[in-house]
Write a protein that binds this ligand. Structure first.
Ligand SMILES: Cc1cc2nc3c(=O)[nH]c(=O)nc-3n(C[C@H](O)[C@H](O)[C@H](O)COP(=O)(O)O)c2cc1C
Length: 197
């Protein structure tokens, strides 16, 4: 085992958890539609079905999640890399509808007010069970109240039409938070395409 400075070590430990699938988490309060790219999501419990999202404290979506007590989790195919990349970085100026601004569409959930991304390969609708402050992130625990999957998913993903967007984290030595790596069909590891911000 090599020795590292604490900061370097923390970054390396964080990267041990990669690669991960990138999803979009979305919520809505009044006419403000919030959405962000996320990889820190897990299935927390199967019975009852619960998911866990690790959201940084300052994430704008948290206010909508707390107020509406609902959110959606959307699995995106790699062809939507630009949209996910757009939703993965803070930017000046705040669109009223982040999903639309990312070039995607949505419809209201069947059981909650959460916006569900129409282009998603699978989507869960969740009510908020609780929010647990953890450190620089809050853990949002959601009760899954509805699930929609594309035909590619039966008991497992078949990967015939769904090609997951695999996130490798920030590139070492580059400005953290802007340079990320995704794996795309037929292209191997690629940097996220530039999006206008
Ligand atoms: C692929 C990807 C995965 C991300 N995963 C998370 C995550 O799990 N939790 C988190 O708080 N931020 C995550 N981020 C960063 C947020 O998406 C980003 O900070 C976003 O701009 C926050 O939205 P806001 O500006 O509306 O607060 C991720 C970014 C990318 C590109």
């Amino acid at each position: 085992m090599k020795n590292h400075t604490p900061k370097k070590e923390a970054l390396r430990i964080y990267r041990l958890f990669y690669p991960q699938i990138a999803v979009i988490v979305a919520s809505r309060r009044a006419d403000q539609v919030e959405a962000l790219a996320m990889n820190s999501v897990i299935s927390g419990s199967s019975d009852p079905p619960r998911v866990v999202c690790s959201l940084k404290r300052e994430a704008k979506i948290l206010a909508a999640v707390r107020e509406s007590k609902s959110f959606s989790m959307n699995w995106m195919d790699s062809r939507y890399v630009k949209s996910v990349d757009f939703l993965g970085f803070q930017r000046a100026g705040k669109p009223r509808d982040m999903i639309e601004a990312a070039g995607l569409t949505w419809r209201p959930g069947s059981k909650t007010s959460a916006p569900v991304v129409s282009e998603a390969a699978a989507a869960l609708e969740c009510t908020v069970d609780r929010v647990i402050p953890l450190g620089d992130n809050d853990l949002v625990i959601g009760n899954v109240v509805s699930a929609r999957t594309s035909r590619d998913f039966s008991d497992y993903w078949q990967f015939k039409t769904y090609n997951p967007l695999i996130y490798f984290g920030a590139v070492p030595g580059k400005k953290v938070g802007r340079y990320v790596l995704f794996k795309r069909r037929g292209q191997g590891l690629v940097g996220a395409p530039r999006t206008s911000s």
